[in-house]
Design a protein. Structure first.
Length: 95
């Protein structure tokens, strides 16, 4: 089975683990269906990164970074989307 973003959408447990593998710590406050945590893409003094685990997407209200969990992992770890998918498959135990 090929692993893609679609495997994370609708699976909040798996999406949470994918974001954790990219370095997110879910100590931020919850804002409705989303978690608000410090954004790792800029010097964030107040949590501004919203992560929706149901949709497996993120959006920073301060710097504008947005995308899905695979893109987040790829950018945080400076790897291609293909390498991010391979790393996430391994980290999520899907190999």
């Amino acid at each position: 089975m090929n692993f893609t973003q679609e495997h994370l959408a609708g699976r909040p447990d798996m999406a949470r683990r994918a974001f954790e593998l990219a370095g997110v710590t879910f100590t931020g406050r919850r804002a409705g269906a989303e978690y608000r945590v410090p954004c790792p893409f800029h010097n964030d003094k107040n949590p501004s990164l919203d992560i929706n685990l149901q949709k497996a997407v993120h959006f920073c209200r301060a710097c504008g970074k947005k995308g899905d969990a695979v893109q987040f992992y790829a950018e945080r770890n400076n790897v291609s989307d293909q390498n991010a998918i391979a790393d996430l498959r391994k980290g999520l135990g899907l190999e």
